[in-house]
Design a binder for this molecule. Structure first.
Ligand SMILES: Nc1ncnc2c1ncn2[C@@H]1O[C@H](COP(=O)(O)OP(=O)(O)OP(=O)(O)O)[C@@H](O)[C@H]1O
Ligand SMILES: [Mg+2]
Length: 518
């Protein structure tokens, strides 16, 4: 080992005190599952995480399995304690053993430090490590009382989606932490509706103090090929049996169920059995997500297919006030094949501007049929569309009034139609945002179809209006409908022989119409 002069040591201490990435990468050692005890050379995404932790007091990190996050947070805490006097870290994990395990990682890292870098330890027990500068790291069990004793500078909630009593703990801890402390809550996902899910979703919407961070398995050089890591890929290849980085995804997916893959590695907040749309179908929808869209109106409109002169289109519309609460949403659907061709979403667009854009979209899509909700704000929108924008092609209800009046009973009916349209593949949803809303759209305790706590349903409602209009038009117009393509290539139905036929009773039947073509 290199012998350092006192001057060099002092220089190193100074550098480490201001640069956690330098400190961790040069002085901390970790146990790698394959390579054993190694220097903790941070991957680029881990360096970014350190910057996020430094810049934000409340962090919520959604991660995949074995991402290297617990170890990173442990190393960061150690840096804080060594170089800041009287810094207190409290670790809470899913149970006492798991919390102690995080603390023990810090101890391993501390033990490996050169003596001149260490602080004196004044206490070293299974639940605590106290330094001579007054800093301390404690691990706590997740009992309901734990929230009261978190008086700390940094609270770590590891595997937060799995911590029992976390709602109670957080309610007690928040007033203490908010007066100057900081929080890192990190977890793999564990379905919807728990504290972690709610806080994460709230953070993404800017509704709480948390800063949301996502890391993807593709950011991690051990799971996805990254330039500059060839040495590591060679070492993995030399293992017995050899590990091929390019096969990691296929091998891992092959070993676990699709739902496990989505949850553990794609960090999807999958609904449990109570989602409105069946879980199996949600999975398929998720696989069909189409990221290949262009945008318009300052990213508010996503376009998968431009207007095609051969087709007619319908636009389902859900309106909001445009002041950052709910969103104003429009779903543009191809009336011929049910494909979602464009989607508008904005929580900051005033009604008049929304009406104007809507009419521009409708005109572009071959004078599309607009079907808006006729509630309080909807009235205003309809007025803008008709009177100001002079656009006439609006859905008329049985009373010949434009738009649809939504009440509990017909809302339910429209949602059932949406479910049917999805199940029978009558519509093709391209948008990930829409599918994400479906993932948190649930049947609650009293049987209502509703967005989960802190979740939204604007895209779903607009889509259900479009499907309702679609069915109304289909019901009154004898038409042949073909199955939407799954490969995004547009085929005219004439190139196919299997068709879905709507019979007078409203049933859909698959029929072979080859005879028609011969
Ligand atoms: N930059 C790195 N270099 C080498 N090894 C690393 C690095 N980052 C993490 N590791 C190792 O990777 C493994 C996984 O890390 P860690 O346990 O921190 O991940 P995690 O995201 O908390 O995983 P889990 O989902 O199991 O909680 C550990 O053995 C850790 O020591
Ligand atoms: Mg962990």
């Amino acid at each position: 080992m290199e012998i350092l002069s006192d001057a060099k040591k002092l220089k190193e201490l100074k550098k480490c005190s201001t640069d956690p990435v330098y400190f961790i990468s040069n002085y901390i050692k970790v146990v790698h599952p394959i390579f054993g005890l190694v220097k903790f050379e941070l991957y680029p995404f881990q360096k970014n995480l350190v910057t996020e932790f430094k810049n934000n007091r409340f962090n919520i990190l959604r991660k995949f399995r074995q991402a290297g996050c617990t170890t990173l947070v442990a190393a960061y805490s150690l840096w804080k304690c060594i170089f800041t006097d009287h810094f207190k870290v409290v670790i809470l994990s899913k149970d006492d053993d798991a919390s102690m395990e995080v603390l023990s990682r810090m101890k391993t890292a501390y033990d490996e430090l050169p003596t001149w870098m260490k602080r004196g330890l004044v206490k070293d027990s299974a639940h605590s490590m106290k330094f001579d500068n007054g800093s301390e790291i404690k691990s706590k069990s997740s009992s309901k009382q734990s929230g009261r004793s978190v008086a700390g500078s940094l609270l770590i909630l590891d595997e937060a989606a799995f911590i029992e009593n976390i709602d109670t703990i957080w309610a007690a801890a928040f007033p203490i932490i908010s007066t100057g402390g900081s929080v890192i809550a990190l977890s793999t996902v564990n379905g919807v509706g728990n504290w972690f899910h709610k806080q994460y979703v709230g953070a993404r919407r800017g509704e709480n103090t948390f800063h949301a961070i996502d890391i993807s398995w593709k950011d991690h050089p051990q799971y996805h090929r990254h330039a500059g890591y060839e040495f590591m890929y060679e070492k993995l290849k030399a293992q017995d049996p050899p590990i091929d980085i390019d096969k990691w995804e296929a091998t891992t997916r092959g070993a676990i169920s699709h739902k496990e893959w989505l949850q553990e590695y794609e960090a999807e907040f999958l609904g449990t059995g109570d989602t409105f749309i069946d879980g199996e179908i949600l999975k398929q929808l998720k696989e069909q997500v189409n990221d290949n869209f262009s945008t318009k109106f300052n990213n508010r409109l996503r376009v998968w297919q431009g207007p095609d002169p051969r087709f007619d289109y319908i636009i389902g519309v859900d309106t909001s006030i445009g002041r950052g609460l709910d969103s104003s949403v429009a779903q543009v659907i191809n009336l011929y094949n049910g494909e979602q061709v464009a989607e508008f979403k904005s929580d900051r667009t005033p009604i008049n501007e929304f009406a104007n854009m809507l009419v521009q979209i409708a005109r572009e899509y071959n004078t599309a049929y607009i079907i808006p909700e006729r509630n309080l704000i909807g009235h205003n929108l309809i007025y803008q569309i008709k009177e100001i924008e002079q656009y006439e092609n609006l859905f008329l209800d049985e009373k010949h009034e434009p738009g649809i009046q939504v009440a509990d009973a017909n809302k339910r009916q429209m949602l059932v139609q949406l479910d049917e349209a999805i199940r029978l593949n009558k519509i093709k949803i391209n948008s990930e945002r829409t599918i994400d809303e479906l993932l948190t759209f649930i049947i609650d305790e009293v049987g209502r179809y509703t967005a989960d706590v802190n979740c939204h349903d604007d895209l779903i409602m607009a889509l259900s209006f479009a499907v309702f209009g679609f069915n109304e038009l289909r019901g009154s117009t004898p038409m042949i409908q073909h199955r939407p393509n799954d490969d995004n290539k547009f085929n005219l139905p004439i190139s196919q022989s299997k068709y879905y036929i709507r019979t007078p009773g409203g049933q859909i039947h698959e029929e072979d119409l080859k005879w028609l073509l011969s």
